[in-house]
Design a protein around this ligand. Structure first.
Ligand code: CDT
Length: 306
């Protein structure tokens, strides 16, 4: 048995007027609640330090610089690192990153129990639109604010297991899980901000909760891995977003799930050896996969109709 107690630390809304320091206090409170529940690793949502700012468009992107982090930890986020180290708890945190060379990424880091950053992941699948769409009730201009990462999906040895990360829209793509599955991933950490209203096709609105569970439970089962999905939920600046944070086993079963759309912690004991029940049987990749007939997966992007 390789038991790791993992916490999904869901956030309720962060309004535009909420400053970083107040958000960091909320994160520290969640960290302490998770520690009280014996958590060793605490997972926070995507863009956990600010409101989901891609819902607004600015003509000059430098006007949005204040939403991004230029260093990690920073003076404002250092107290979170300090408290995590003091408690001996690791964490995973999503934030907007502005690099020294001016690149903008939607980023998630993994921090070990000694306070060191052991891994950084930058979002691969960037959803939404590039340009201002004034007829929408709210923007989802992630493709304006973030460059898609070309680094792909890594898996890191940490917390006595193999840990991978993905961010929000990545969870809807089977390739995200599979690329990590092929590196033996045992625990995938995923923060998300998912508006309940999907502007391009509102018929999907009532299915948001179903689709969220569908993709993460399938990804877990088909790759024999735990998946932790953590929301920033509730009504943020008038936009209602999905909560439903959950911890999913390699069997595809949900082990823990939040019941509110506010700040909330749920935990589960994850025996990472459970992954082998799937990795060594039905999903023994080396025995059963047929990569020689999967060429289209990497050779083409869109469908080709003949
Ligand atoms: N943050 C993020 O990636 N959200 C998307 C919303 C749908 S695309 C407008 C998601 O896949 O949940």
């Amino acid at each position: 048995m390789r038991n790791l107690t993992v916490a999904a630390a869901q956030l309720g809304p962060i309004q535009r007027s909420d400053d970083r320091a107040s958000v960091v206090l909320r994160l520290i409170s969640l960290l302490r609640q998770a520690h009280d529940k014996k958590a060793q690793l605490v997972v926070f949502p995507e863009l956990a330090l600010t409101t989901f700012f891609p819902r607004w468009f600015v003509d000059d992107i430098s006007q949005a610089d204040h939403w991004y982090e230029t260093e990690m930890p920073s003076k404002t986020t250092q107290p979170l690192f300090d408290e995590a180290k003091r408690l001996g708890v690791g964490f995973c945190l999503g934030y907007a990153e502005l690099t020294q060379s001016g690149e903008r990424f939607n980023t998630q880091i993994l921090v070990e129990r000694d306070g060191t950053i052991v891994a950084k992941y930058r979002k691969v699948h960037i959803p939404g639109h590039e340009h201002h769409e004034p007829d929408r009730p709210f923007q989802h201009a992630e493709r304006y604010y973030f460059t898609p990462s070309t680094e792909g999906f890594g898996v890191w040895k940490a917390f006595s297991g193999r840990i991978g990360m993905m961010i929000c829209n990545d969870r809807r793509w089977p390739e995200s899980y599979r690329v990590m599955g092929l590196q033996g991933v045992e625990l995938i950490l995923c923060g998300y901000n998912t508006p309940l209203h999907y502007v391009p096709d509102p018929s999907q609105d009532v299915l948001q909760s179903f689709h969220n569970a569908l993709v993460m439970q399938s990804g877990a089962y088909q790759n024999g891995t735990f998946v932790v999905g953590v929301a920033k939920g509730g009504v943020e600046e008038g936009v209602d977003s999905l909560a439903d944070s959950s911890i999913i086993a390699p069997s595809g079963e949900i082990l823990a799930k939040t019941t509110t759309n506010g700040d909330e912690v749920v935990t589960a004991v994850c025996d990472l050896d459970w992954c082998n029940n799937y990795k060594n049987t039905l999903f023994d990749f080396d025995r059963y996969r047929r990569p020689e007939v999967y060429g289209r997966i990497t050779n083409q992007r869109g469908s080709i109709l003949e």
